[in-house]
Design a binder for this molecule. Structure first.
Ligand code: 5AD
Ligand code: SF4
Length: 351
């Protein structure tokens, strides 16, 4: 093992502040060094967030999107996607079914568009909260501060708004018409409104370096992020990045492990994209610092059309099957399903 790597790992084991250079040293771990890195990340996870794995049921309620992100299969210009919008009653019913299966958090996710007004989404949130003992996470992208306020008042607990990449130039290229600074401004609004804020990035984006990944992790920390979804970039056909290489599981595991060392108390999900590029991806990620799984609770008839990237796992599964697979992966990891809402510690109270 390199002397520098060992020295940084020892400092990480004592929870000393890690610099950008330190993070790059950890991210450049070779195979042997990776084993030590993963071991320490797993130990840190056990010590700070314990052995519970929180199951957050995700409902992908609409695949319409007004944006044209160059990495995403749901981009507006992809005319091959069969677009759908679930009616409010069906979203509420699906949330009830997910809660009945055991999910203590419901994640409502969609593309970025204006069809569902602030009032409409607030009504859906209220209806879900009234009938189920669950926390609600929203993942509906860039909206007005007024909408974020409405959702929060209606009972939304958390908001997932990924920064995707900390490189402002890369961000502007990947998400035409939008800017990193505006995304971060929205994360600040969400924090001010009392949400638990989640972010995330993709590993293996074209033009990304180890320094970019180190900056991604430092940005999570700077923004006080409580949840970070870290997954590999998977090239999607009919997008401008279709011919690119994509991220590897090895690099994703290293990024996740380093994120755990830098943010010992954060919630780090085993992303669906990690499970998609390797059949054992989810269990491996759970052994490198992750403590959350997001089983897909979208009704089976819509799943195939939420085609962000190809090969997404579980397309033929029902919500029951997705939940059962998540529980199986928890058991394979020798851990247990989280009993509470899985809030971050400073928010651990009833919903
Ligand atoms: N590969 C991996 N993840 C992707 N996402 C979008 N497109 C891709 C892709 N091609 C992720 C982004 C986005 C979330 C909805 O899906 O992180 O925030
Ligand atoms: Fe739309 Fe989100 Fe895909 Fe961008 S990443 S095109 S905002 S669904």
């Amino acid at each position: 093992m390199r002397k520098k790597f060992l020295e940084v790992l020892e400092r990480a084991a004592k929870f000393l502040e890690l610099t950008r250079e330190d993070l790059v040293a950890l991210l450049s771990a070779d195979d042997e060094e990776s084993i030590a890195l993963f071991h320490l990340a797993d130990k840190t996870r056990a010590r700070f967030v314990g052995d519970e794995i929180h199951l957050r049921g995700i409902i992908e309620f609409s695949n319409h999107c007004a944006r044209n992100c160059s990495y995403c299969g749901l981009r507006k210009d992809n005319l091959e996607v069969a677009r759908y919008r679930m009616p409010p009653w069906e979203i509420i019913e699906s949330a009830g079914a997910a809660a009945a299966l055991g999910c203590r958090t419901i994640v409502l996710q969609s593309g970025e568009e204006g069809y569902y007004s602030g009032e409409m989404l607030a009504g859906i949130i209220r209806a879900i909260k009234k009938d189920n003992d669950v926390a609600i996470t929203l993942s509906v992208g860039d909206r007005s501060r007024q909408d974020y306020t409405l959702f929060r008042k209606a009972g939304a607990d958390r908001y997932l708004l990924k920064h995707e990449t900390s490189d402002p130039r890369l961000f502007a290229r990947l998400r035409p018409g939008t800017f990193l600074e505006e995304r971060l401004e929205r994360q600040r609004w969400l924090s001010e409104l009392g949400y638990q804020v989640g972010s995330g990035n993709m590993v293996g984006l074209p033009g990304q370096t180890l320094e970019t990944l180190a900056d991604d992790i430092l940005l999570f920390r700077r923004m006080g992020i409580e949840m970070a979804g870290i997954g590999p970039f998977i090239p999607s056909s009919r997008t401008p990045l279709a011919g690119e290489a994509g991220g590897t599981l090895a690099m994703t595991l290293k990024t996740l492990a380093v994120a755990r060392l830098a943010m010992p108390r954060a919630h780090l999900p085993a992303t669906t994209s990690a499970a998609t590029i390797d059949p054992l991806g989810r269990v491996k990620v759970l052994q490198c610092g992750a403590n959350v799984i997001m089983p897909n609770m979208t009704p089976a008839k819509y799943r195939e059309d939420y085609a962000i990237y190809p090969g997404k796992i579980g397309l033929n599964d029902t919500p029951e099957e997705s939940y059962a697979r998540a529980v199986m992966d928890v058991e394979k990891s020798g851990r247990r399903v989280g009993a509470g809402y899985g809030h971050t510690l400073q928010h651990e109270k009833s919903c």
